[in-house]
Design a protein around this ligand. Structure first.
Ligand code: DUC
Ligand code: ZN
Ligand code: ZN
Length: 494
């Protein structure tokens, strides 16, 4: 995209960068104005600022949006089964920047036997010097020891790790209900947001055993094993546990109608339950897992893509606000080679195949094209779902996720008319496929600025690895309890 360098001879310059002529998505709505940037922050929103900028970016006919925040992605993560994701902090943030993102919140994943402090140190070492855009961390808690819950978590929350994910399934990650209650109680006392992977472990295990005994090993049986009833049951239980403790929680990667109904019912009863979904539940179905041979493994993730009716339910939940966050759940395991989907063999049984699909770079264009382009979502909803809401839920607002004076100048300029047929060769990750190969979308981010610096110019990622900064998160306001737990009511006799 063309920018004009005005040079230092202009003594009237007081802004480092001015974006002129675009339609700007501000907190007050979409308005035609210029954006003035100074020292990496948004300094002014006004008309006719062009003459004041050392660098002027002409965004006429374009949309000027907050950069995306991808608040659920797995980067440089060692899975519990020992596989490392294909993307590290360099390739992951490169791909994200080219997809219009300016902030990632990946996971620092604890393995059993590790302290949380060791986990955090490990992930900082993986990110240091590599990231092109800014990042924070959610913790994954898989070993809920007394020490981790009573001592480490409070200290880490204080230091800016104010959200964590817990799992109700996966052999080496799952917490039992009592452990979940312990985590929720600590989150409540110290003001953190808990994200829950809600699937019933024993249901999945029981179905898997029987499917395998009947000789059903192909990728498509992953969908059958991860039945949507396992998801809705666990969603219901997670909400019940959160209600007992009196803590808002966020259910991640919601895939199906019944789980959505659980969230909607809880909210109708006045509980603060937040929900997230991902592109795979809008744009893929169980039929994709039934492609010939092992190809279906490319579409395996948990929960799995469902059917057209569930897709419609997920769309409706985004339109009506029942689901408020749209993330990628980027979990990149390559299709070819021995370090990804085929690590247990080229035709491994479904329960041995790494779960996850890539999506850092395609998340925003897919939702823009099918959501904003087809009139399902307003531009304001799109921005909320892909940036603003996550910044609020995870304690980064108002620094991130909004175009407002004082916020970081994290901005994506979109050409709403640019048509792109997604091909993996166009993307910037370290994967060897995209599940969206061949899909045509309209609307694409043509320039990404991170704290006022161009990191993606529409053709190349020019941000230098290491410029991305680690962000300490505040205690998220939406995680505040209602001060009425079952325990407190019992003790006070209320
Ligand atoms: N499911 C998860 O819970 N995490 C990573 C990828 C996936 O499919
Ligand atoms: Zn998960
Ligand atoms: Zn995930």
């Amino acid at each position: 995209m063309e920018t004009i360098q005005q040079g230092h001879q202009d003594t009237m310059s007081e802004l480092d960068v001015v974006i002129t002529g675009g339609a700007v998505a501000t907190i007050g709505g979409v308005i035609d104005c210029d954006v003035g940037i100074h020292n990496g922050s948004i300094a002014i929103l006004a008309r006719n600022l062009g003459a004041k900028g050392r660098q002027v970016i002409d965004a006429s006919g374009k949309l000027v949006l907050p950069g995306g925040i991808d608040s659920h992605c797995h980067i440089a993560q060692l899975s519990s089964s020992g596989l490392e994701t294909a993307d590290d902090f360099e390739s992951g943030t490169r791909s994200a920047a080219a997809g219009g993102n300016t902030c990632l919140i990946p996971f620092a994943a604890q393995h059993r036997g590790q302290t949380l402090r060791h986990t955090i140190d490990q992930y900082h070492a993986r990110a240091d010097g590599k990231a092109i855009i800014d990042y924070a961390f959610h913790l994954i808690i898989s070993d809920a020891t007394d020490e981790a819950i009573r001592e480490e978590l409070p200290a880490l929350i204080e230091e800016g790790y104010t959200s964590f994910k817990i799992y109700m399934t996966y052999d080496l990650l799952k917490l039992n209900d009592r452990e979940i209650l312990n985590v929720l109680a600590t989150a409540r006392s110290h003001g953190a947001m808990v994200m829950v992977h809600a699937e019933n472990h024993d249901v999945i295990g029981w179905l898997t055993e029987r499917l395998l005994a009947a000789g059903h090993e192909a990728p498509k049986y992953h969908s059958a094993a991860h039945t949507e009833i396992a998801e809705s049951e666990a969603t219901h239980r997670a909400i019940a546990l959160a209600e007992i403790v009196d803590l808002p929680i966020l259910i991640v990667h919601v895939s199906a109608k019944e789980a959505i109904n659980e969230i909607a019912r809880a909210r109708a009863r006045g509980l603060k339950i937040f929900g997230e979904t991902c592109p795979q539940y809008l744009f893929l179905t169980a039929k994709d897992l039934d492609r010939p041979g092992f190809e279906g493994a490319k579409f395996m993730c948990s929960p799995p893509p469902r059917d057209a009716e569930n897709q419609r339910s997920v769309w409706r939940a985004l339109e009506t606000g029942v689901l408020e966050v749209f993330s990628s759940d980027h979990a990149p395991y390559r299709y070819a080679g021995t370090d990804g989907k085929a690590a247990a063999g080229p035709n491994a049984a479904f329960h041995k195949v790494a779960n996850g699909v890539p999506g850092l770079e395609t998340r925003l264009p897919l939702l823009f094209s099918e959501g904003v382009g087809k009139g399902r979502l307003s531009l304001e909803s799109f921005v909320n779902l892909t940036a603003t809401r996550a910044s609020k839920l995870y304690g980064l607002y108002p620094r991130k996720g909004t175009i407002a004076v004082g916020a970081d100048a994290d901005i994506a300029i979109w050409d709403p008319d640019k048509t792109v047929t997604i091909r993996h060769e166009l993307l910037h990750d370290n994967m060897d496929y995209t599940p969206y190969e061949g899909r045509t979308v309209t609307g694409w981010p043509i320039l990404t600025l991170s704290r006022g610096e161009i990191v993606w110019d529409g053709e190349q990622v020019i941000g230098v690895p290491g410029r991305g900064a680690f962000l300490r998160c505040d205690r998220p306001g939406p995680a505040a309890s209602r001060n009425s737990s079952v325990l407190e009511r019992a003790i006070s006799g209320a």
